[in-house]
Design a protein around this ligand. Structure first.
Ligand SMILES: [Zn+2]
Length: 229
């Protein structure tokens, strides 16, 4: 079974034979995600690109109904919101009792330190391209990173596969997002899985098993919860 730890299902028309953690960008997509059925975990949040959009209180009210929080975080490269506003929004979503699905482009250390400061027990740093030495801290905190299918050509991401212990690795598609002109979809996690197996010198099935175990640890789930309809 394939596991996609970060996908914008609300942006995709089709259903896929993949177990998916569905992230949201704002109030509208959070409501849409909560209404989705199937083998998915539902996340609500406000993406750092949308920080300051005035929807904070309304999205926070949805957190109790969600399986996890996300996509939330910081983006010091692409977000138009100030650092202060991004941090304010991010901190509001750092709840200790839910998994937090984090976007942290060019803000890896800050996002990690804030998660730790707020006592977040389970966190996922999605599409990790951050500093190599932070991986030890991520591992030490019991957190995870995801590897995206773009790993087949994004060299910075490839080096992360080389240095990250397989015990902290999840696969994701960031489905619904168009990257370099290509629509990402959940089935593409297979590409990430194959890349990891080649690079780590492990059988594909073995990587699949490890990723499944990591996914259940990261989300505090068991596979049977995910077979609900
Ligand atoms: Zn995303």
């Amino acid at each position: 079974m394939l596991y996609d730890a970060h996908c914008h299902c609300s942006e995709l028309e089709k259903e896929y034979d993949v177990i998916v953690a569905a992230v949201s960008m704002d109030l509208n997509t959070s409501l849409k995600t909560l209404n989705m059925r199937g083998r998915i975990l539902r996340g609500v949040g406000i993406h750092p690109w949308n920080a300051g959009n005035g929807e904070l209180e309304r999205v926070k009210e949805l957190v109790d109904r969600a399986d996890f929080v996300g996509e939330v975080g910081l983006d010091y490269r692409l977000s138009k919101a100030s650092k202060e506003v991004q941090i304010k929004y991010f901190e509001e979503f750092l709840v200790p009792d839910k998994t937090v699905n984090i976007h942290a482009l060019d803000a890896w250390e800050d996002a990690f330190n804030l998660a730790l400061k707020h006592g977040v027990r389970r966190a996922i740093f999605h599409w990790y391209t951050g500093p190599h030495d932070l991986l030890k801290d991520i591992e030490g905190a019991g957190y995870f990173i995801t590897i995206n299918p773009s790993v087949t050509f994004q060299e910075k991401h490839q080096r992360i596969v080389d240095v990250a212990p397989v015990e902290i690795i999840l696969t994701e598609s960031d489905g619904g997002y168009v990257y370099r002109g290509k629509l990402l979809e959940p089935t593409m996690v297979r590409d990430a899985l194959l890349f990891i197996s080649r690079r780590k010198g492990m059988d594909e099935e073995e990587v699949e098993r490890v990723v499944e175990r990591n996914f259940n640890r990261a989300f505090g789930t068991s596979s049977n919860i995910l077979s609900r309809e």
